[in-house]
Write a protein that binds this ligand. Structure first.
Ligand code: 4HQ
Length: 247
């Protein structure tokens, strides 16, 4: 997969994509991340990339001409067409389901706005999809781009090894992840690892993990549970968790 990022801060994108699983995926040739700076597509002495907004009021808007020329260069950089995504609070909230769909595409182009954003006509003309990473306002789209690069990059075949398995990540099956424990078995405060995890009984461990994932989702994100149709076995595990929790 190739991801092109239009950003005034290429160094941020390169740094975010160079570490961890995504950095390793790049080294393995599983993903390619390229950053493009619209400032390189300006033609004035000051390399201006912002303009005043029509209608007056505070805030600037990113200049359209450098963005248009930068996007044209991105589109023609390689033959593969890209799905062009604009990061914005006005976008659809990013979900793991959408991440899994985006991870299957051959190429993405992520447009990172700064200031008040980009001209609405540019959105209508150039943007395929608007995505928000959450209901809060950031200073630019770069953090959203980094989120997409990481979430999509780690799902590329071969990116994760067993230690990083995405199989039981939160949201992968609609549920939050179960709790995790490592050494020591009993910590300095005297808190012990749940005995089932030390039992070697893999079936019991799997049941415990599923029960905890169901219970944690019920407690923390009932909205996720409401969207699910639980199997008879899951309903029994959740009932057991609820009985214990409410006892
Ligand atoms: C123009 N700029 C405004 C701030 N911004 C965001 O707050 C944002 N991006 O993605 N999810 C978000 N929330 C990016 C775009």
């Amino acid at each position: 997969m190739r991801i092109d990022v239009l950003t005034l801060f290429p160094e941020f994108i390169h740094a975010a994509a160079a570490v961890g699983v995504v950095g390793r995926a790049q080294q393995r040739g599983l993903i390619e991340v390229a950053a493009w700076n619209p400032r390189d597509f300006t033609h004035d002495n000051y390399r201006r990339v912002d303009e005043r907004t029509f209608g007056g009021g505070p805030g600037m808007v990113m200049s359209t001409r450098p963005l248009t020329d930068c996007l044209a260069a991105i589109r023609t950089a390689v033959p593969e067409p890209a799905r062009v995504i604009y990061l914005t609070p006005q976008g659809a909230r990013l979900t793991q389901r959408r991440v899994r769909e985006l991870a299957l595409l051959p190429r993405l182009a992520l447009v990172c706005g700064r200031y008040e954003g980009i001209d609405e006509r540019l959105i209508a003309r150039e943007i395929d999809e608007e995505i928000s990473i959450g209901d809060y306002v950031l200073s630019g789209g770069e953090l959203g781009a980094a989120v997409i690069i990481d979430a999509v990059g780690r799902l590329q075949p071969g990116a994760l090894n067993d230690a990083d398995s995405a199989a039981h990540d939160s949201f992968e099956d609609g549920l939050l992840d179960c709790p995790h424990y490592t050494r020591p078995e009993v910590d300095a405060q005297g808190d012990a690892v749940p005995a089932v995890l030390l039992s070697g009984d893999h079936a019991a461990i799997a049941r415990w993990r599923r029960r905890e994932a169901l219970g944690r989702t019920w407690l923390r994100r009932p909205d996720l549970l409401a969207r699910m149709t639980l199997s008879r076995a899951d309903r029994a595990l959740l009932d057991d968790f609820r009985r214990t929790w409410l006892a």
